[in-house]
Ligand binder design. Structure first.
Ligand SMILES: NC(=O)c1ccc[n+]([C@@H]2O[C@H](COP(=O)([O-])OP(=O)(O)OC[C@H]3O[C@@H](n4cnc5c(N)ncnc54)[C@H](OP(=O)(O)O)[C@@H]3O)[C@@H](O)[C@H]2O)c1
Length: 276
């Protein structure tokens, strides 16, 4: 496998541009899948407290034999634990399940505007970073005003914003905002959760043109936009396939063809209204 490029973060650290997503990966299957991915050269794993698989992910990290300093592990604070003290306690529990001394990136999973707690949660993340138990701090599903509020209150710009991005929901304005602020965009559900998007005739045509699979074409599109991706798969062959995206280029016409698939279609909740 060709090596995975690193993206520079605004705090001086670097993150592999491709990782393995683990939403809907059962805890009992997570260890084997994480070990498979790490064996194939992946070094970046994305999990979250709400996925219920931090323990399995931690077992896979330990079982892989890959030195800790070569791994990039992200987990996230779930909505019902927002608040300063509560976030600190939730983080301790995540770390215990992962059996790690630190995580590379800790994210506030959703802003949950009605709770009004994300500023307090953010301050807890900053304390964890000071303590060295979190290396980089970021957010997920945050809107520009939420991010401006964090910066106004603490002066600290999140390293990443992890948002829903795929050809059906391209989020050009929010990605541009990230570029302007120096916040890396992480694209969740990069394959639009598999299935229909991958069967689109225009995607199939590009796949045939490049001798690649539809999933590889879509992931390559994200990479060329500069986003960080972590497709989820429970299928070792697909985990391997999803990493073979650094040996071809989409040209301008290909990029435009995918740009034309945007239909402002969300698969997940809307951050404006999700407070769950
Ligand atoms: N921050 C957030 O709010 C948030 C929300 C959602 C997701 N995420 C993160 O983003 C990650 C990725 O998103 P996602 O899991 O929602 O969706 P995704 O990665 O877009 O798609 C995963 C689906 O695509 C299939 N797939 C994977 N590789 C394939 C390939 N090469 N060919 C055909 N099908 C393929 C998988 O099937 P199999 O598993 O059966 O192979 C699975 O059903 C998550 O796992 C999670 O880590 C974050």
């Amino acid at each position: 496998m060709t090596s995975i490029p690193l993206v520079q973060l605004n705090d001086g650290r670097q993150i592999p541009q491709l990782g393995l997503g683990t939403w809907r990966t059962p805890d009992a299957e997570a260890a084997a899948l994480v070990e498979t991915a790490l064996g194939l050269g992946y070094r970046h794993i994305d999990t979250a407290a709400i996925y219920g698989n931090e323990a399995g992910v931690g077992q896979g990290l330990a079982g892989s034999g890959v030195p800790r300093e070569q791994l990039f592990v992200t987990t996230k604070l779930w909505n019902d634990r927002q608040g300063y003290d509560s976030a600190l306690a939730a983080f301790d529990e995540s770390l215990e399940r992962l059996k790690l001394d630190y995580v590379d990136l800790y994210l506030i999973h959703w802003p949950c505007p009605d709770k009004g707690l994300f500023l307090d949660s953010w301050k807890a993340l900053l304390r964890l970073r000071e303590e060295g138990r979190v290396k980089s701090v970021g957010v997920s599903n945050f809107r520009p005003d939420d991010i401006e509020a964090l910066i106004m209150e603490t002066g600290v710009v999140p390293a990443v914003n992890q948002i829903e991005v795929h050809p059906w929901l391209q989020q050009a304005a929010l990605r541009e905002f990230g570029v302007y602020k120096g916040i890396a965009t992480e694209a969740w559900s990069p394959l639009a959760q598999g299935g229909e998007l991958l069967a689109d005739p225009r995607v199939q045509q590009l796949a045939a043109k490049h001798g690649k699979s539809p999933a590889q074409v879509i992931l390559r599109w994200h990479i060329q936009l500069g986003s960080i991706v972590f497709p989820k798969s429970a299928t070792p062959k697909r985990i391997e396939e999803n990493a073979q995206i650094f040996d071809f280029q989409l040209d301008e016409a290909d990029m435009q063809a995918i740009a034309g698939l945007d239909r402002q279609h969300r698969l997940g909740p809307d951050p404006d209204t999700f407070n769950g």
